[in-house]
Design a protein around this ligand. Structure first.
Ligand SMILES: *Cc1c(COP(=O)(O)O)cnc(C)c1O
Length: 390
């Protein structure tokens, strides 16, 4: 994949090179090999008639700005923004909307996004309709006179349903709707939604971008400067910014994104194939499997399948037994780290969802989600084999 982005240097470089040489990787003042941590809340005005480039860290901090430029380069957008968490980024993005507006949202969107829309934004008269975006007609049918935006998550969580990004983006453009996409599961290594026509890309950088389960952060990238100015105003006005230390830590983690993603994906593909052949597993969800319903669309818009595999053990009892027996993965919410993470949607991320809605979406009591880390894959398979044994 080649990139042409004016933010950095060396047009046409490969993604792996962008990851290391994003433009601000060397400190201009000293030549230091990593971005300095500017641990300062405010900045001296040397000359009152010429305000400094930075005057207060909520409005702009050089360490955070290095990170913001970094993600903008990786996503091929104009402006990047860093937030205190993925939810802080998502909350900020939704506040581009106003009272009386309506947004169409992926039905099995991240649980926190669902909660924000149905318990907070609804009180501000920002209405939402959740649709199965694998069915394009449902998106079109959900449009109302006051619809202003479409919020997409693909692959979705935990059953990895695929939305056709380009088709949704061009329909939205024809209808004057803003498009926002949560790219957490794929990262810009695999999927670059701005190139497919999306206006605003969001990340929970807590997951693959950070990659080490040690930082909570969110990112936004806009496709154009005008939208960038609106997000900047919200980020500064709401104060949802990422701290300086966390900004540095995230830059540190992101440099190895490609090697981590590529290796975890190799593991995920092997694990998915092994699970599919296992008699105790009734169903495996992974976009790279031949029988995955969205595989063809996914292959057109992404360059890989990611590192998350969900599978159904058949019953709640068997899922709980598995979770109690595994010895290698962390049993936890979250994903996208160097260590494998096994989570149990029915009792963790989707516990608040009414059981009948959960079942309708394939989130059965037997479903578990495996985020493959960097351990030896054969060890992960052997561990699962003993945990799944009768
Ligand atoms: C974790 C996650 C979020 C929320 O991010 P936080 O950093 O936990 O606030 C949003 N979207 C997706 C897809 C996620 O996995």
């Amino acid at each position: 994949m080649t990139h042409s982005n004016e933010n950095g240097k060396g047009q046409g470089q490969d993604f792996a090179t962008w990851l290391i040489h994003f433009g601000k990787e060397i400190d201009a003042a000293t030549g230091a090999s990593s971005v300095p941590i500017y641990q300062a809340s405010t900045f001296h005005h040397f000359d009152l008639d010429r305000p400094p480039a930075h005057d207060y860290s909520r409005s702009g901090n050089p360490t955070r700005e290095a990170l913001e430029q970094y993600i903008a380069v990786l996503e091929g957008g104009t402006n990047g923004f860093a937030f205190a968490s993925g939810m802080a980024a998502i909350s900020t993005a939704f506040l581009l909307l106003s009272a009386g507006d309506h947004v169409i949202v992926t039905e099995d969107v991240y649980g926190g996004t669902y909660r924000l829309l149905t318990t907070v934004l609804n009180r501000l008269q920002i209405d939402s309709t959740f649709v199965d975006m694998t069915d394009f007609d449902q998106i079109v049918a959900a449009k109302r006179p006051n619809t202003k935006a479409v919020f997409v998550e693909t692959p979705s969580n935990p059953t990895l349903k695929i939305t056709d990004i380009g088709r949704v983006a061009s329909w939205a453009k024809e209808n004057g709707l803003l498009t926002m996409l949560d790219n957490t599961f794929m990262t810009p290594y695999h999927q670059r939604p701005i190139e497919l026509g999306i206006d605003l890309v969001i990340h929970s950088a807590t997951k693959f971008l950070g990659g080490h389960s040690d930082v909570l952060a969110g990112l936004i990238v806009t496709a154009d400067e005008a939208l960038g100015r609106r997000v900047k105003q919200l980020q500064n006005g709401l104060g949802t910014v990422l701290s300086t230390q966390e900004s540095w830590l995230l830059i540190r983690g992101m440099k190895t994104l490609q090697v981590r993603m590529a290796e975890s994906e190799r593991g995920a593909a092997r694990l998915a194939a092994w699970l599919q052949a296992h008699p105790a597993v009734s169903r495996v969800y992974y976009p790279g499997l031949e029988d995955h319903p969205g595989r063809e669309i996914h292959e057109r818009q992404s360059r890989g399948y990611g590192a998350v595999v969900s599978f159904d053990t058949g019953s709640g009892e068997r899922a709980r037994r598995l979770l109690g027996r595994v010895k290698i993965p962390l049993v936890a919410v979250s994903l996208g780290a160097v260590e494998s993470i096994l989570s149990y949607p029915a009792m963790m991320s989707h516990a608040a969802m009414p059981p009948e809605v959960r079942l309708e979406r394939g989130i059965t009591d037997g479903l578990v989600r495996y985020s493959v880390g960097l351990e030896d894959v054969q060890d992960l398979i052997d561990d699962l084999a003993q945990a799944l044994a009768e």
